[in-house]
Structure formats: C-alpha cells, structure tokens
Ligand binder design. Structure first.
Ligand SMILES: Cc1ncc(C[n+]2csc(CCOP(=O)(O)OP(=O)(O)O)c2C)c(N)n1
Ligand SMILES: [Mg+2]
Length: 914
C-alpha cells in the first residue's frame, strides 16, 4: 500500500511544549455496528491490495454517488477529475452556424490585434494587450451570439468584461458598425476630444458604451456579485423588474488571487443568486508567469467555489479529446490529466507535438497507444475546452438553466491563442504588443482573411462590408437578443424634490444638545418617509447601524433579506426589533466594507442600469472608508455612481478612547484626491441637512455624476438656527461662510477664526477666551469644505493664468476674505494639510491647527490638548497671528500662551515620531 499523508478526518497537533495530540472526528461519531464497519473497511483494503489505489478511488466515488442517490447527506467533494463537467452526450446541439461564427471570430481577433499593433507603431510604448482577448475570444463570442441580452425592451444583462480584453470588445463593435475606423485608430489616444477609445472599460470616459469599470483586478468580481444581488433587491422591493437580467462576469485566473474576487463568494450562494454567471478564463498565466505552475488553478478554484456553494462547470478539453477520453478504458488518461501540473500544460502548448507525445502520452504504454494514430501536428491541435464553441455553449446553457445558486464556468484556455509562437503561452505573453511581419502573415493565414501580403506590414483593419454575410449575421443575432452591447443608457426621469418636512426641523436648531450623527439618523428617517423619494433611499451599513443611531430603521423599513425572516428575533417584544424582510430597505452588509461599497456602486448606478434613481447612503466608520476601500470609491467615480458616503464617528480627537486604528484625521485628504467626490465637514445640523438636500438636487435632479462625502461626529452640542443671510445658504455649499460677526461691544484688534466639524465647538469657546482674557474680538467662520474652496480657486486661477491681460476673476474664497486685514486661525479635527489647501490665496497671517500623526486612546479633552486643537490652543494661536500681523506684540502673545496654560517646550514626540 502507498504511504499516505494524514487523512482529512485525522489531525495531528504538535505543541511547543512537546505534547502531540491526534484528533479523529470519525471516532467521535457513535458507531452502532462496529463489526459491520470493520468488514467494509477490510473489503476496501483487499481491493487496494489487489487492484491498486486507482480502483479504490473509483469505487469510493461510485459508492458516494450511489449514496447520494439514496438520499444520504454526504459532504460535497471539493474537486472532481480534471475533465469537463458536462458529458459530451449531454451537450445540447449548437444552435448557431458554427462556420459563420468562426469567420466572425477570426475578423474580431484580427482587428483586436490590429488596433493594439497600430497604436504601438504610431506611439511606441502606449500599450494595450493582445494576449488576454486572444485567449478569451470564443468565451465572449458565444456569449454575444447566443446569450447576452441587450437593452431593447428592458434592462438586459449586466456584463463585466475583463479589462484587458477591451480591444476585442471594441473590435466586435467595429464589425457591428458601432465604432468606426477613425475611432479604432484613436485607441489610447483620447486627449484630442470625443472619439478616442480608452484603454479599458471606463464609463467616465466612454459613457455611452462601457457600464462597469473592471480593470482594477478583483473589483469586477465583487462588483458583479453585488450587482446580481442588487438586481434581486430592486425586484423584491418592486422598484424594477429585473427578472430577465443576468449578471455575467469575466475574470482572469490570476485575478482570482485578489481578496475582492473571492471575498464575497459565499454571499452569492447564500442569497441563491442564480442570476449570476462567472466565467473564469483559466489561461494558466497571469502577468509574470504561471498562475499555479506547481499546481492546478482549475482544481483549486473548483474547490473554492464548490466550498462556497456555487455550481461549478469545468470546460477543460475541446471536442478533439472526446474520442480519446471515450477510448480510455483504464482511466489512465484521466489520471494523467489529474496528475499533470499547470506549468507542464503550459510547456506542452509551446513545445510541439513530439514533446507532447514523449512527455504527456509517452511514459505510459497505454497512453502512447491511445494516440498512436495521431500525427505530432494532430497532438498540437488537441485544443483546450475554452476554445471550443460547442463546449462553451453547453456550459453557458447549463449555467443559465441552473436554479438556486450562482454558476462559475472554469474555462481552460491558452494565453495568446492563435497569435503564434512569440506570444502563445510564453511567459511575457501578457505584455506582448508587437508581432513581426512573418508572424502577422502567419496570423492572417491562420485566420484565413483576405488581406494582401503587401498590406501586412501596416496591420490594416479588415471589415467585410456592412452587407457581408458576417455583418448581417451578427446584426441578426444581436437584434434577436435585444440589441448591441456593451451599451450604457441613461433614461430621463421624472423628478419630485423632497418635501420641506424632511429637513425644516434642522434649520430651526435645537434646544437640547444633540450630535450631528443623531441629526443625520433623524434626517434619514424623515427622508424615508417622504412620499416620492422615500422608497428610493437605500441605507447601507456594515454592521454599525446601532453605533450611528440608525437601528430604528430596522423596524421602520426592515432589513433586506431575500428569503424573509425564518426565525423569531430575540427582541420581537421590543419596539425596535431586528426585522428582516424580503422587501426590507436597509442593506445590512455585515462586516464587509468592500461589500458595502459594491452595494453602493450598484445602487448608485441603478439610474443607468435599471432606469431607477435609487439614492444610496453608505454610512461607515470614517476610518474604514477612504483608506480601506479607496480603490472602490475611485471606481465608483469611473462608474459614474451617485450617492452619499457618510463618514461617521469622524474626527481624530472627537472619537475618544478608540485610538490609533480608529481615529480618522485624514479621510478628507484622500477624498480630495477623488475628482468625483464633493466632500464636506459640517459643523452644525442645518449644514448637514442643507448639504444632503443640495446633493440630492445636484445628483438626481440635475444629473451630475458625483458622490457626496460628509463626515459626521458623535459630540453633542446645542444646534444653532440657520442664519438668515443669503451668503450663509450659498457659503455652506461653496465651503466657507461667516457664521457670527465679531462682538460689536469690543473695539480694537480682530481675528478671524475658521472652524469646521466638531472642532467648531472649541473655536466658539476660543472666542470667549479671547474676549474675556485678552479683549480680542473674533469673527467665526464655518469652513464646510476646504477641498471645494480649493477646487474653485484652482479653476479661477487657471483662467487668470491663461488670460493675464484680462481683468482677473475672483473665487468665492477671495470674495469672502479679500479686503480684510484681520489675521486668520483655522482649526479642524483633520490634518493641517486640509486648511492648508487654501493657503495660496490667503494674504494675511494664516495659522493652521490640526491633528497630524497617529491617534491615541484617551479622552476628547486630552486628545484635543495633545494635538493642539482645543480652545486654549486656538486662542493662543490667535494671539500669535495678531502678533505676526503687527496687531499685538510678540511679548503679548508669549504672555497669552503662558496665561492659557500651554507649555511651549512640551513636544508630543510621538505625534510625528519617525
Ligand atoms: C489591482 C491590480 N493589480 C495589478 C494589476 C496589473 N495587472 C493587469 S493584468 C494583470 C495580470 C492578469 O492576469 P489574469 O487575471 O490571469 O488575466 P489574463 O490576462 O491572463 O486573462 C495584472 C497583474 C491590475 N490591473 N490591478
Ligand atoms: Mg490568466
């Protein structure tokens, strides 16, 4: 008997103190008839001794299959043999004209390569990819000709294309006549204006074409899962009929290593998303080399997906293998397939027929015999399954028919297929963007295209003409399937703004101290009661609703649960119980910021995908927003998502006690880097409410493709009334307004204090200190958005820079501040870099206080003193600003610092410790 490693039911643990313990869970299951068990095991042992382990393996699998038929509940096998999941005899007839579709595919292949080759000839180094699409062409073509539903008469399917396959998708649109030659010529050359084609699927750059940005590896995967789920959400809430929409996602096998690719697989199975199909293009290679040279990526992924509850269909071998497998009476061929690692399979693709004969079939006489009738060329022509139309079609048909779970198709292909020996399955294939003349000629011959030899050096585009049989065939196929894809359509919508009852209470202020977070939770409840808008609001929380005071929504509108609530919640007796419902409105995502962000994107793009302008409010711990899922937030800009990101428990000093990994003092800086994000740091409830209303108007009435980011805090304060001045209403949105004038009872020097967010409370206290202790009057300004102020100032500045002889234009910032010589102190709960964003336009002494460095676990007061953003430090800075402005002496300022109890020598070393 062969030596085996420890069986899966037995585990041995060796402890550092020397103990060894063996766990055998089978021994722990009571056995009513040990003698019968021993008899069966002895039978198995005899079989292994007599016939070897392979036969025992077969026997065990047959027994398990029979047991399942008899209704025995056995654990699922993680992997199956390395052959196609669908038996040849079970394949449906191919419904298309295969010869015609092959010709079409050849044309698409050619132009996909030509556009990359020509762009790189014109602009060496501009990039583009040949090998990805070359391996995936059949996978896409079967979809386009037989499965993907277009948008005529409904939303159609949502398709997430592999980013690096973009040339193939453009090339097909060219054959369809949707993209012209001049556009192909402008692949990766967009700066001239409309007509350029972006490198990858970017709705931001090509908004009538692309729908879902995918090229940041992994984000297409998780995005597609949440898209399928959101389709169900819309359907279950009667907001859109998505029953005919299927989500297709094409991913690379290397891409499956991204946590985002694999991270939400169980959600898809748990929610029974049989409206979702993934196609993983297993060309066995990623950018640098093999995905699993020493293993088998298809088998590994099979185990992963099956374990997560997916329906798995492997498409490994093309039809040429059918007869070989049928003749494999001993199972030797299957065993060889099982035992061959991916690195070897890659080698077989490049090494030729003689090598395949010697190394794959050679060592075993039975296998050698199996292919004795085939020439070396024939062996090379034994294709992988992912290049066989019929096998792919069978897999897609089975996926579409499967009920109750999502399906993944693991299609084995060759990277760079058809592109010749310098690309096909070579390790640098991913980055290939050149072919020699001879290779191009060979490529043309292989594709059998009528391109004359003399034209070959320029890699010309080939179109058979709009009335050619090929063009007609694809036009008919697409017409039957509901029109061309990809295509992004924004439907006009009717619009009713939220009623005044939604937010008028916030303009009135409060008599008791409440936090902005509480005000926000109330605003959400009000919004969801609005007769026209209420149903469109989509609250998204990653297991933090209670933290943000949003748990009343559980009862008010319910938590979305596709199968309803199958248990009586522990708190069913309480007023605010945990209510799950099929029509629930809250997306309670559990602890997955990446999942929440994917939901945000599906909800925020529904205005285009499903012509229903749902308004997502994703509320999260601000620390776990921009830095945790920054790439997805960036992607939401590309996707043209609309909605609100709410960074709750914000502020490096306001979130007391939580310390270094919770105290966010920099998400606004990251937000500033995102062009579509309009970020605000409101100080008062009326600001927050006004921003939400304006945000809704901008996004959903005016159709701006932007995302609002608001930070909200947990500090209670009596909320002031909205000042009546027009400049206040406008200033809230522009980023700065004067909240309170200087105290007119005082004469003498004056300072301007900028406050924002929770630090506004300290600024207001500093005003009192300045008045009482130093007789200084202070104006209070609320800086709701340094980033918006800077953006506008930059636009104005650019115009002035380009028009030096015209009279200069002025920004809102300059209009508010210029002509006043009083110095300015700005304080916030964010890094000093935030107020510094506007420093270039400030012409008076400008002192900035902020929270640079790691947070600490301490009280709010201690943290504010530590970071120098409390009232005393603000007042002290004001005295220094006055001194720098020549309004007070340096001695006065030094005395004030002492008077305020600040130790000038105290260096909080670990704030900027390096
Ligand atoms: C997040 C991220 N990391 C890295 C890259 C760079 N990159 C682009 S394609 C690629 C390899 C893709 O391999 P695979 O997923 O197997 O796709 P294939 O082209 O083989 O079909 C890499 C590393 C990227 N686009 N996104
Ligand atoms: Mg790959």
């Amino acid at each position: 008997m062969r030596a085996t490693s420890s069986p899966p039911h037995r585990r041995t643990a060796r402890y550092s103190w020397g103990a060894v313990q063996t766990f055998d869970f089978l021994e722990q299951i009571p056995d009513a008839d040990p003698a019968d068990t021993a008899r069966l095991i002895a039978e198995l042992e005899r079989s292994v001794t007599a016939h070897g382990p392979e036969r025992a393996r077969l026997l065990m699998m047959r027994l398990m299959a029979r047991a399942r038929d008899l209704g025995v509940d056995l654990p699922t096998l993680a992997t199956t043999p390395y052959i196609n999941t669908i038996k040849t005899s079970d394949e449906p007839d191919f419904p298309g004209d295969e010869a015609m579709e092959t010709r079409i595919r050849h044309i698409v292949r050619w132009n996909a390569a030509a556009m990359v080759l020509r762009a790189n000839k014109e602009h060496p180094g501009i990039g583009g990819h040949l090998a990805t699409y070359a391996s995936a062409a059949s996978l896409y073509e079967v979809g386009f000709n037989h499965f993907f539903r277009g948008k005529v008469g409904g939303a159609g399917d949502q398709i997430f294309y592999q980013g690096h396959a973009a040339p193939g998708i453009y090339s097909r649109a060219f054959l369809e006549g949707r993209i012209g030659e001049t556009q192909l010529e402008r692949f990766r050359q967009e700066s001239e204006g409309p007509g350029g084609l972006p490198s990858y699927p970017h709705p931001r750059l090509l908004p009538d074409f692309w729908e879902f940005p995918t090229v940041s590896m992994g984000l297409g995967g998780i995005g597609s899962i949440y898209q399928a789920r959101y389709n169900r959400y819309l359907h279950n809430r009667s907001l859109a009929d998505t029953s005919k929409s299927r989500v297709w996602a094409f991913l690379g096998d290397g891409e499956m290593d991204e946590p985002e690719s694999a991270g939400a697989l169980t959600l898809a199975a748990r929610e029974g998303l049989d409206n979702l199909t993934w196609v993983v293009n297993c060309n066995l290679q990623r950018l640098d080399g093999p995905v699993r040279g020493n293993g088998k990526i298809v088998q590994e992924l099979e185990g992963l997906f099956r374990g997560a509850g997916w329906n798995v269909i492997k498409v490994i071998w093309a039809r040429e293998w059918d007869s070989l497998l049928a003749a494999d009476a001993t199972g030797d061929l299957v065993r060889k397939m099982d035992n061959t690692v991916d690195g070897e399979f890659q080698k077989y693709t490049v090494a030729g027929g003689a090598y395949i004969r010697e190394h794959f079939f050679g060592p075993e006489p039975a296998l050698q015999q199996l292919v004795a009738h085939l020439s070396d060329e024939d062996l090379v022509r034994l294709r992988r399954g992912g290049h066989d139309y019929r096998k792919i079609h069978a897999a897609y048909a089975a996926a579409v028919a499967h009920k109750g779970a999502p399906t993944v198709i693991l299609a084995k292909t060759v990277k760079g297929w058809t592109l010749g020996p310098s690309v096909e399955a070579t390790n640098p294939a991913h980055q290939a963007k050149k072919l020699t003349e001879a290779e191009l000629r060979a490529f043309r011959d292989r594709l059998d295209l009528p391109i004359p030899d003399e034209k070959i050096p320029e890699a010309p585009y080939y179109h058979p003409g709009p009335s050619s049989p090929e063009a007609k065939y694809i036009a008919e196929r697409r017409a039957e399937l509901g029109g061309p894809l990809p295509s992004r359509v924004v439907h006009p919508s009717t619009w009713t703004p939220p009623q005044p009852a939604v937010d008028e209470e916030f303009a009135a202020g409060s008599s008791v101290a409440v936090s902005i977070t509480m005000a926000f939770a109330k605003l959400m409840r009000n919004l969801m009661r609005d007769p026209s808008l209420g149903k469109l609001i989509v609250p998204i929380v990653p297991d933090e609703a209670r933290t943000f005071g949003m748990d009343p929504l559980f009862k008010q509108v319910g938590i979305y649960a596709p199968f309803g609530q199958r248990y009586e919640p522990v708190d069913s007796e309480l007023l605010l119980s945990y209510r799950e419902s099929q029509s629930g409105q809250v997306l309670e995502e559990g602890i997955s910021e990446a999942g929440s962000m994917a939901s945000f994107q599906a909800a925020g793009t529904a205005y285009a995908t499903h012509a229903v302008g749902t308004i997502p409010f994703y509320v999260f711990y601000s620390m776990f927003g921009f830095q945790r899922v920054g790439d997805q937030i960036w992607q939401s800009g590309d996707a043209r998502a609309r909605g609100f990101l709410i960074g709750a428990t914000a502020g490096r000093t306001t979130l007391a006690g939580e310390g270094l990994q919770h105290d966010d003092g920099h998400s606004h800086l990251i937000a500033h880097a995102m062009p579509h994000v309009v970020a605000y740091d409101p100080a008062f409830a009326y600001e927050m409410a006004a921003l939400v209303r304006r945000g809704i108007t901008r996004m959903y009435e005016r159709g701006e493709d932007i995302v609002y980011y608001l930070t909200i805090y947990n500090e209670n304060q009596v909320q002031p009334q909205l000042p009546a001045e027009e400049s206040v209403a406008e200033g809230i949105h522009r980023g700065l307004y004067r909240f309170a004038p200087a105290d007119s009872t005082l004469t003498g020097v004056r300072v301007r204090l900028f406050g924002s967010g929770a630090i506004m409370g300290e600024v207001l206290k500093a005003r009192e200190l300045l008045r009482e202790r130093f007789g200084v009057q202070a104006e209070i300004w609320s800086a709701t958005s340094y980033s918006e102020l800077r953006r506008e100032a930059l636009v104005i500045e650019r115009w002035n820079r380009r028009n030096p002889s015209s009279s200069p234009r002025t920004s809102w910032l300059q209009e508010q501040l210029d002509g006043d010589s009083a110095p300015i102190v700005a304080a916030s709960d964010w890094m000093t870099a935030m107020p510094d964003l506007i420093a270039p336009w400030i012409r008076v002494p400008y002192l900035v206080l902020g929270t640079d460095g790691f947070g600490l676990s301490d009280t709010r007061e201690a943290l504010r003193a530590f970071f120098s953003v409390d009232a005393a430090h603000i007042a002290a800075a004001a005295m220094v600003a006055l001194a720098r402005n020549g309004d007070r002496s340096a001695t006065d300022a030094a005395a004030a610092i002492k008077d305020l109890g600040i130790d000038p020598e105290l260096q909080p070393v670990f704030v900027l410790d390096r």
